[in-house]
Write a protein that binds this ligand. Structure first.
Ligand code: NAD
Length: 335
């Protein structure tokens, strides 16, 4: 198949090329994000290969369909950027990489917690300036602290295991409780209980209309004063201005963000020579207790290899059988 790859970075190309040796497809690599402005680049291809910030709304899908694109191969797990009903109406198949490394994301989440709690990022900057003072670096033992996990799918389950390794008490919230979390001693509770009792709250549920802005002023007010909030899932789970207010009044004590609601034009790019136009992002970057990474939780060698291999498997399966177990459909993902 001829595949137009959007949002290509050098590492995507390297891993896709290596996996493609077994498959023999033809890739054209485009650096820009997929959007209405760039969709025309997909002409003369059979499929597009897209990532988290590519836009696959009704307009873009219709443009792709007109150009003969039959398959959207997502090289990520989340599919909130795809208008699935429109894809189905147009007869376009959407496939994804449902699991490439829950460990990568769960481990990055743990890294953010440790770094925020023990202020590793501040300590590192300090000692490089020959400042060996400990003032302002005080942390707390994770042992016996309560961690609230919202969403215990693949990533949430691995994260629960990591945190029980630190001796944390795990509270969880998910409409579909996981046996593995209960076996670890985790307890499923409603959100008000999780908010009230957790020292650390970590989000691992998908972005849907019902979870958008779930961490708003009302939720924050129910949390413990000084709570640590970690979001490695999708930016819009947080009502970001409400979180900024929570940080200003010190109700939120720590914030770890690997994702940001308005990350589309910022994350994955080197903007070091530009003037930042996003005032909320600029404000977030001024807090000493906010740690931000640029959607890198997935970014391990193991994950990139799995992403490339599964993407190629999906494309070849679609080409040969017209189907793959990794298809995304409104029917399958109704819950
Ligand atoms: P998953 O589908 O295995 O698990 C999601 C879980 O959330 C499911 O158990 C589901 O029942 C639960 N859930 C759904 N709605 C909920 C709600 N309203 N409240 C509580 N729980 C709810 O997904 P996963 O592989 O564990 O990934 C979780 C999220 O992590 C993805 O949706 C994606 O957005 C994000 N992600 C981020 C990165 C990154 O690099 N930062 C990488 C991969 C995935």
């Amino acid at each position: 198949m001829r595949i137009a790859v959007f949002s290509t970075k050098p590492y995507d190309r390297a891993f896709l090329e290596s996996a493609n040796i077994q498959h023999g497809h033809f890739f054209t690599y485009f650096e820009p994000r997929l959007s209405r402005e760039t969709a025309a680049l997909a002409a003369r291809h059979d499929a597009v290969c897209a990532f988290v910030n590519d836009q696959l709304n009704a307009e873009v899908l219709s443009m792709l369909h007109t150009q003969g694109i039959k398959l959207v191969a997502l090289r990520c797990a989340g599919f909130n950027n795809v208008d699935l009903p429109t894809a189905e109406k147009l007869g376009m198949k959407v496939v994804r990489v449902p699991a490439y490394s829950p460990y990568a994301v769960a481990e990055h989440t743990a890294a953010m917690i440790l770094s925020l709690n023990r202020k590793i990022y501040r300590a590192h900057n300090r000692v490089r300036e020959m400042n060996f003072s400990l003032d302002g670096l005080l942390g707390y033992d994770l042992h016996q602290r309560t961690v609230g996990i919202i969403g215990t799918g693949q990533i949430g389950q691995v994260f629960a295991k990591i945190m029980t390794g630190f001796g944390c008490r795990v509270l969880a919230n998910d409409p579909y409780p996981a046996e593995s979390v209960i076996a670890l001693g985790g307890t499923y509770v409603d959100l008000p209980t999780l908010y009230r009792e957790s020292d650390i709250i970590s989000l691992h549920c998908p972005l849907t209309p019902s979870t958008r802005h779930m961490i708003d002023e009302n939720a924050i007010d129910q949390m413990k004063r000084g709570v640590m909030i970690i979001n490695t899932s999708r930016g819009a789970l947080l009502d970001t201005p409400a979180v900024v207010e929570g940080l200003k009044r010190e109700q939120v004590g720590y914030l770890g963000m690997d994702v940001y609601e308005e990350e589309v034009d910022v994350f994955f790019e080197d903007l070091s020579g530009h003037v930042l136009q996003d005032d909320i992002l600029a404000r977030l970057l001024t807090f000493p207790n906010v740690l931000m990474t640029s959607h890198q939780a997935f970014f391990t060698r193991d994950a990139l290899q799995n992403i490339a291999e599964t993407t190629l498997f999906n494309i070849t399966s679609y080409e040969r059988q017209g189907a793959t177990p990794n298809a995304v459909t409104t029917e399958k993902h109704r819950r």
